[in-house]
Design a protein around this ligand. Structure first.
Ligand SMILES: Cc1cc2nc3c(=O)[nH]c(=O)nc-3n(C[C@H](O)[C@H](O)[C@H](O)COP(=O)(O)O)c2cc1C
Length: 365
């Protein structure tokens, strides 16, 4: 009890140390690239950060990663219970990082979008961290280990399921047929788990794979795919829309989603930005453009939420949330859940603060 009290009191210090360390590590990698005459690749920092996180978690995780989760103020989305409305958005498949964020008190998480086969994604460098702005530009192109990789994670990381918080599986695909095939595989994989352990999220809005865009551009194909999922599972199914879709389009998609049982809509994803407009050369960022995430997305996130108001469908609001006021305004405006990605990478301790304060402020309602 005393330890917990000290940890909570020292959250701002944890946060400061984390941010300073992060900056220091990035500087070291920049200097290393300079001396080796190599292009600076932010992904190397991420890889190092993941190893550091794993090592810290093994040694001192109890002191620096474990934070409380007041389980009385959770949220129901159909038959799924999220003990906190703040959840980890789909962007990471490293089980250690996901486990740490659950220990820190996140209400659940959604795995990074999965395609059928293992693939490398786009050429590097394909991710840039705008430190001062609280933003990240990425064009990863959905690298990952495919369906077999997902099977390995689920079968060998029982700890992730031991938290008993809903786990989302983000279904990707380069064609409608691939979406359906991937989904059937994933659905079978979850067969032995209770309905409340897993849910599915159809990612139709990834801006980095040309073919993946097709479902945002072809409403009929989207509808058929969603119906296919609905027909084959009784688990909750969500659809992640893009802030780059027009308002008219978003309303049309929400209408379709709200007509089916046990669905939700995730509003939204990264927004497309041209590399040049972000002041980047091909040396800094190889692809011509990518998805911008972080602070500047928030006004559009709030705007998209208004579009869902006339419909009776739960909303997961995602994009640019890093402050308590932002999470609160989304929840007050009707969002059931709030998804977070960039802010967790930039400073997870600030997210813990926000998590506890959101729950506390809900308590006084
Ligand atoms: C590095 C990175 C990878 C991402 N990968 C995925 C993904 O695989 N699937 C997906 O639906 N969204 C992906 N996203 C988008 C996030 O889930 C989230 O919707 C977006 O970043 C906006 O939230 P934020 O401002 O809190 O970061 C990714 C974002 C980042 C920064």
């Amino acid at each position: 009890m005393k330890m917990l009290y000290i940890k909570l009191k020292f959250l701002p210090i944890f946060s400061l140390i984390y941010r300073l360390m992060r900056r220091f590590i990035i500087k070291c990698f920049r200097i290393k690239s300079f001396f080796r005459k190599k292009v600076f690749d932010f992904e190397e920092v991420i890889e190092f950060g993941d190893l550091l996180l794993e090592s810290l978690d093994r040694r001192v995780g109890e002191y620096i990663h474990e934070f409380p989760l007041p389980d009385k103020k959770g949220v129901w989305v159909h038959d799924l219970y999220f003990p906190s409305p703040l959840i980890v958005s789909s962007f990471k498949d490293n089980p250690v990082a996901l486990e740490v964020w659950l220990k820190m008190g996140m209400g659940g998480f959604i795995f990074k979008t999965i395609l059928e086969n293992s693939q490398e994604g786009n050429p590097r460098p394909r991710i840039v961290d705008f430190d001062q702005k609280g933003e990240i530009l990425n064009a990863m192109g959905l690298p990952g280990k495919g369906l077999e990789g997902l099977r390995n994670i689920i079968c060998s990381n029982q700890a992730l399921l031991g938290f008993e918080r809903p786990v989302g599986i983000s279904v990707g695909g380069k064609t409608k047929e691939e979406y359906c095939r991937n989904f059937l595989f994933m659905n079978k994989l979850c067969d032995n788990f209770p309905k409340t352990a897993f849910f599915f999220e159809l990612n139709i809005s990834c801006p980095n794979i040309d073919e993946g865009k097709s479902l945002t551009e072809n409403h009929e194909s989207f509808k058929e795919t969603l119906l296919f999922l609905r027909k084959h599972t009784s688990r909750v199914v969500g659809v992640k829309l893009s802030p780059d879709q027009s308002n008219e389009d978003i309303v049309r998609y929400i209408e379709t989603i709200s007509e089916l049982d046990k669905t939700y809509v995730n509003l939204g994803n990264t927004t497309y930005r041209d590399r040049k407009k972000m002041g980047l050369s091909s040396e800094d960022f190889f692809p011509k453009g990518g998805g911008l995430s972080g602070d500047s997305l928030f006004p559009r996130t709030l705007e998209m939420l208004q579009l869902a108001k006339p419909f009776n469908v739960p909303v997961l609001s995602t994009g640019g949330v890093s402050k308590l006021e932002q999470a609160e305004s989304l929840l007050q405006e009707g969002a059931s859940l709030v998804g977070i990605a960039t802010a967790l990478v930039k400073d997870p301790y600030r997210v813990i603060q926000m998590n506890l304060e959101v729950l506390n402020s809900k308590e006084t309602d």
